[in-house]
Write a protein that binds this ligand. Structure first.
Ligand SMILES: [Zn+2]
Length: 412
């Protein structure tokens, strides 16, 4: 059998595969079939996927924001205040606690593909574990990530503006009354001007947020992101790694006691729903893999150096990288004579969900913290992938597995 390289595999994966699309479901099926041909233990974990989460919530926030503005114009301050409070409440429920208040619209079944490679002695012989993961879905955004930053930073301000506007109305303005002595309208007071200006700013901010969240649906097919480095390259590396693990050729790792798991997450681009489902299954379902390191791969394959992210999550809940997993990663790089991985700062990816569940996770990839690349656009094509970096990444992962196999004491 001729060995296909990770880059060859990537060429087949790198088409737009947004959540909810046929391409995304076909990719998952192809990965499951490929893994089934290599491993005797493949699980397809199903979960309730909300493929349009950001688009639906963005449209909801904008609708509520506009309703709030209309109520303020009509001097219905108390109802406006109630509505303005719903926006951050739903935001936190959806994005922090993963509760589908409105994003269930368009929901369907999503899958994670989990393939285990056990030592020759099988389950009983394994006493050390390592997991590698990557997400197979892709995403296209209307704005690039530099353009999105101010919109996202301004979103809480926009929400606060609507609350403040309603509060000003409740505290300082005369509410609408059914009876009036005069049919002539009173001149607008200073507080009315302030509250309407605040509400206008709030709605404008929510309009931009809705575009940033759901605008990708407006992008024509030929301009959609093929998701080559986010995260097709990592998927390709793990598929190629699976071939090495399944192969009995002498130059492949000889594993007597190490079980290796490869996890392909769905729903990453819609608030990490796949990894949340994987983490929610719990330590019992994960067995020994709950104890071992989890290497989550993002943005692999660029010309930039090997990197890791020191934390993953939102500003409300950030999780620090596992020191144990980081040591393993750096040791593998130095054993191969490669430069140590650079710290690329913070990210919001699957490793956050895994860390939140208490797993020894790390996010790894290629990145230069000084000049980040842009993703979620047509530019994320195979042209930006350096084939040798994929092979090198695979070697680093094989090295990590060898280190785990050789470790004297059980890690934990
Ligand atoms: Zn990604």
């Amino acid at each position: 059998m001729t060995q296909v390289t990770a880059y060859d595999i990537l060429l087949n994966i790198a088409v737009p595969r947004p959540n909810g699309s046929q391409a995304c479901e076909e990719t998952a099926r192809a990965i499951a079939d490929f893994m089934g041909s290599l491993s005797g233990r493949v699980q397809v974990q199903e979960f309730f996927l909300r493929p349009y989460m950001q688009a639906v919530t963005g449209a909801f926030f904008l609708t509520i924001g506009i309703a709030c503005l209309v109520l303020l114009v009509k001097r219905r301050y108390w109802i406006a205040l109630l509505l303005s409070l719903i926006i951050p409440a739903v935001y936190i429920a959806e994005f922090e606690f993963d509760v589908p208040v409105v994003s269930w619209i368009g929901g369907r079944t999503g899958v994670n593909v989990i393939a285990d490679f056990l030592p020759p002695g099988g389950e009983a012989a394994a006493d050390r574990y390592i997991t590698f993961s990557a997400h197979y879905d892709s995403k296209t955004d209307l704005f690039d990530h530099e353009q999105r930053k101010p919109i996202y930073s301004f979103a809480p301000v926009a929400m606060a503006c609507l609350i403040a506007a309603s509060a000003v109305g409740v505290a300082f303005c005369r509410p609408r009354r059914r009876w009036t002595l005069s049919t002539r309208r009173a001149a607008p007071t200073a507080s009315r001007v302030i509250l309407l200006a605040l509400a206008g700013v709030g709605v404008a901010g929510l309009f931009m947020l809705a575009l940033a969240f759901g605008g990708g649906l407006l992008v024509p097919a030929h301009l959609q992101s093929p998701g080559a480095r986010d995260d097709g390259a990592a998927v390709a590396v793990l598929m190629s790694l699976a071939e090495k693990l399944a192969s009995s050729q002498p130059h492949q790792p000889q594993l007597e006691r190490t079980a290796v798991r490869l996890v392909f997450f769905g729903g990453e681009e819609v608030n990490m729903q796949g990894s949340a489902a994987y983490a929610a299954a719990g330590a019992v379902a994960m067995g020994g893999f709950a104890e071992g390191p989890v290497i989550n791969c993002e943005l692999v394959g660029g010309a930039a150096p090997f990197c890791y992210w020191e934390s993953s999550g939102t500003f409300l809940s950030k999780y620090c990288v596992s020191e144990q997993a980081l040591r393993l990663y750096q040791e593998a790089l130095s054993t191969l004579g490669l430069s140590p991985a650079v710290n690329a700062g913070s990210i919001f990816d699957d490793s956050g969900r895994l860390l939140a569940a208490g797993l020894q996770a790390i996010g790894v990839g290629h990145g230069d913290p000084g000049k980040p690349d842009s993703y979620h656009n047509a530019g994320d094509s195979v042209d930006r992938v350096v084939p040798q970096r994929l092979d090198e990444t695979e070697q680093v992962f094989l090295q990590m597995i060898s280190i785990v196999e050789r470790e004297e004491t059980r890690s934990g």
